[in-house]
Ligand binder design. Structure first.
Ligand code: SF4
Length: 311
């Protein structure tokens, strides 16, 4: 079997807080991502999905575990050794207005990664990248504030594509946009993947968006993946009570359809997470031993991974 594009093994990210307390944002996450594939990563705010995304592109250094890109371990590589690998993985942020330099013209923003690697950035190449994302050539002279929100996100995508990466990590890439613009950017991402074969790790809290773009979906709760399966499995027959709760809480196209009871209350503290299954304080199916025994993420058939004693 060939090595996947990305392999994440038992990854941890723990932040040290004032007073010596620890916050385990990512607590033992493992998954793989193949070339040209999209893995959707969903969960409530604060579940650790953005910390995980930042560790994978090495904006943050993981506390433990391994990240392998094309079979090469990059987990703790120092900056100089990491540099050639950074070319193959790019990050697109949620809010392009804060991630793009407001003093640079759009053409220079897209050319900058090429120049950083000592590569030529002729206008023809920049214009080609603009065209790929649906921006006009004359917009190369614009500053970010002169573009709309959707155009700025297209600019961020063009910049991410400049070095022809194999992997783009998209951290809530459309959640700051109007719904109609969201659809345009999502369709652009799907189209780019079909043409360029780039893989996406797509971080989002909007299940509708994830359903549209993903081949597989990983559901995170308090720093752990609790379900990882194909898109159809997750959305048609969710196996974990938390996945069912997320789907129940999402807007329904048919308001008369039977609904599953959403999870009760707020997510518990990440500094002192519940013992055993961390979801037991909100789970409608919880049993007494759920508070003592942590369920492992195991294959329940057809490659579907679920962390629940009932699965
Ligand atoms: Fe609910 Fe228990 Fe399954 Fe956790 S292990 S999701 S508490 S049934």
């Amino acid at each position: 079997m060939s090595e996947p594009l990305l392999r994440v093994q038992d990854l941890h990210k723990t932040y040290r807080l004032p007073g010596g307390r620890a916050l385990a944002a990512v607590a033992g996450v493992s998954f793989t991502l193949d070339a040209g594939e999209t893995l959707g990563l969903v969960g409530e705010s604060g579940c650790g999905k953005s910390s995980l995304a930042r560790c994978i592109v090495r904006l943050q250094t993981p506390s433990a575990g391994r990240i392998l890109l094309n079979g090469t371990e990059i987990t703790t590589l120092p900056p100089a050794a990491l540099r050639p690998h950074r070319r193959t993985m790019q990050l697109v942020f949620q809010d392009p207005i804060t991630s793009l330099d407001p003093r640079m013209r759009a053409g220079d923003i897209v050319a900058e990664p090429l120049r950083n690697y000592g590569l030529a950035a002729p206008d023809a190449r920049i214009a080609e990248l603009f065209a790929q994302v649906g921006l006009r050539g004359d917009q190369m002279r614009a500053f970010p504030h002169q573009l709309s929100g959707g155009q700025r996100q297209r600019l961020g995508i063009a910049r991410a594509l400049a070095l022809q990466p194999s992997l783009i990590v998209l951290d809530e890439p459309v959640s700051a946009l109007d719904v109609s613009v969201q659809a345009q950017v999502i369709n652009l991402l799907v189209d780019l993947q079909a043409r360029l074969g780039v893989a996406y790790l797509f971080v989002a809290h909007d299940l509708g968006v994830v359903a549209h773009v993903s081949h597989r979906v990983a559901v995170m709760y308090l720093g752990r993946i609790v379900e990882l399966a194909s898109r159809d499995q997750v959305f048609s027959t969710p196996a974990h009570p938390y996945t069912r709760a997320l789907l129940a809480a999402a807007p329904q196209p048919d308001p008369t359809a039977p609904r599953i009871v959403p999870p009760v209350g707020e997510p518990p503290s990440r500094i002192a997470p519940p013992s055993g299954c961390a979801f037991h304080t909100r789970c409608p199916s919880a049993m007494p031993h759920c508070a003592q025994q942590t369920p492992s993420l195991r294959d329940i058939g057809e490659g579907r991974l679920v962390a629940c004693h009932l699965a």
